[in-house]
Design a protein around this ligand. Structure first.
Ligand SMILES: [Zn+2]
Length: 172
């Protein structure tokens, strides 16, 4: 059974049956994430399952989204798609979070034992934004630069570079 994950929920209640949850969360609802990406115009898709392990309730699943970022080589816009597994452990307070084994990632619930989905997933999504986003190969960057008429100086001056000539051939 697949259900929509509520915006705010109590994990203890949701862990009682084996329901799989789905959630679509606009990036624009994530303030910190919005300040990092060049445009927060995509959705975050989450599929998740709650489970109990010893004294803890866990949420695990997969987060997928597309980041719109600025390429740090050619400064044009680019997309980075991610689809990453996650596993988080709910705890009642910061003290209990610090007691968790290092391999477990804690999420601190509010005083009512609840959490909002933005608070739950925003850090996890930010974690996967590349530090220095770049088009995967130089050719893509150069194509962008050509479009904008901003050729690197050595090409403008007609430097004889056999690799440049090969690259131009490949484009046709
Ligand atoms: Zn680029």
């Amino acid at each position: 059974m697949v259900k929509a994950l509520p915006q705010r929920f109590n994990p203890d209640l949701l862990a009682r049956d084996g329901t799989r949850f789905e959630l679509v969360l606009p990036q624009s609802q994530m303030a910190r994430l919005s300040s990092i990406v060049s445009s927060a115009d995509n959705d975050v898709q989450v599929t998740a399952l709650f489970s109990r392990r010893t004294r803890h309730i866990l949420i695990s699943g997969r987060i997928s989204t597309r980041f719109t970022l600025q390429c740090q080589r050619c400064l044009n816009s680019m997309h980075v798609d991610i689809s990453e597994p996650f596993e988080l452990v709910f705890v009642d307070n910061e003290e209990k979070a610090s007691e968790l084994p290092k391999e477990l990632d804690p999420v601190v619930l509010d005083e009512k034992g609840q959490i909002h989905v933005v608070d739950l997933f925003e850090d996890e999504v930010i974690l996967h934004i590349p530090d220095i986003p770049k088009h995967s190969d130089m050719t893509t960057c150069e194509m962008h630069q050509t479009e904008f008429g901003d050729l690197p100086a050595d090409v403008e001056e007609g430097t004889k570079n056999p690799f440049e000539a090969l690259k131009n051939l490949n484009l046709h």
